[in-house]
Design a protein around this ligand. Structure first.
Ligand code: PEP
Ligand code: MN
Length: 340
């Protein structure tokens, strides 16, 4: 349950209110988000006290457990959240659709730099720079680990591209924090609530990928963990969900894009590469996503997809990247947007 408080309450009054709840057995946490003073109330059974709370002095609104993602929702913020990455130039959620490209994983310095230069040339501004790879098999390439950090630094220095990297736990987040502009929570960690709570307390935008078996509501609840723990710089990512059909790797849920935009003020990015698993389908899905209102696209790109250590079959080459972005820009323009 959430209480939206009157912002005119002074800190003594706020604390008194929290104490009153605590003596009734509730855990409380005060957060100040989107210009609203919020108390999150975790309790034994909140419905017992819900009605009573509405009449407490200073309580403007009681958001019951039937709305588990209030802070992520348009009820909380009717306009779009703008999430800036690495300064003021890149704004997710604005009129500009942002392109992110790069390999599945950083393999060697030489290849990573080659891809990064091509990605920059194609007009993208954020580089997928994964050094910690969550893999289904323990025998698959697990990423370079911390040895990859100097490569991220070089890419940043040489190309000016902003760096996106995945972290699977707080230790990895600590290691990379100073060298990256944006962190990714992968599909397999969308429900790693301890990680979400930790990333809620750091000062970096988070690209939060939908779990492959997660509902739209569960994705928004995961975003709620980040926001309610202090980090409003959250970007949602549709990356495909499991279906019975094995022709594509996952089933790209295109409806999730407008649905998330309707339910939430957070920017929505798509990852057609992991969704479909086939490079020949990445272009059409990217264009469909732009038409559906996505705020960003993430495209796995490699100079030699056939030699990629991982996900080569779904990786496009730089020429294909240029072609997809060119077509995407035309669709974006018809919607009064740009794609960069
Ligand atoms: C990735 O983007 O590197 C990745 C592993 O994707 P997902 O978590 O969506 O499987
Ligand atoms: Mn991949």
């Amino acid at each position: 349950m959430i209480l939206v408080l009157d912002t005119s309450l002074n800190s003594q009054q706020q604390n008194d209110l929290c104490l009153r709840l605590q003596t009734r057995g509730f855990f409380t946490r005060l957060v100040n988000q989107y210009g609203q003073l919020i108390v999150s109330v975790e309790g034994p059974k909140s419905s017992v006290i819900e009605h009573e709370l509405a009449s407490w002095q200073g309580v403007k609104k009681v958001v019951g457990d039937d709305n588990p993602y209030y802070l992520s929702s348009r009820d909380c913020l009717s306009g779009n959240s703008i999430v800036e990455v690495g300064g003021h130039e890149i704004k997710f959620g604005s009129n500009e659709i942002i392109s992110i490209a790069g390999p599945c994983a950083i393999e060697t310095e030489e290849v990573a730099l080659e891809i990064a230069h091509q990605v920059k040339e194609a007009g993208c501004r954020i580089f997928r720079s994964m050094i910690f790879k969550p893999r289904s098999s323990p025998y698959s390439f697990q990423g370079l680990g911390r040895a990859g950090i100097p490569i991220l630094q070089k890419i940043r220095q040489q190309t000016g591209l902003k760096i996106l990297t995945e972290v699977r736990d707080p230790i990895e987040a600590e290691l990379v924090l100073d060298h990256v502009d944006m962190l990714q929570v992968g599909a397999r960690n969308m429900s790693n609530f301890q990680l979400l709570k930790y990333l809620g307390q750091i000062n970096r935008p988070v690209l939060l990928k939908r779990g492959m078996g997660a509902s739209i509501e569960e994705l928004l609840c995961a975003a709620e963990y980040l926001i309610s723990h202090g980090n409003t710089e959250v970007i949602l990512c549709e990356r495909g969900i499991r279906s019975f059909d094995r022709y594509t790797r996952f089933c790209f849920d295109i409806a999730a894009v407008p649905a998330l935009k309707q339910l939430s003020h957070l920017p929505v990015v798509v990852d057609p590469s992991h969704a479909c698993g086939k490079s020949s389908l990445v272009g059409p899905l990217t264009l469909a996503s732009v038409a559906a209102g996505a705020d960003g696209v993430m495209l796995e790109t490699h100079v030699s997809p056939e030699k990629a250590y991982s996900d080569g079959t779904q990786s496009i080459n730089p020429e294909e990247l240029i072609d997809i972005l060119h077509k995407g820009r035309k669709i974006a323009a018809t919607l009064g947007r740009t794609l960069k």
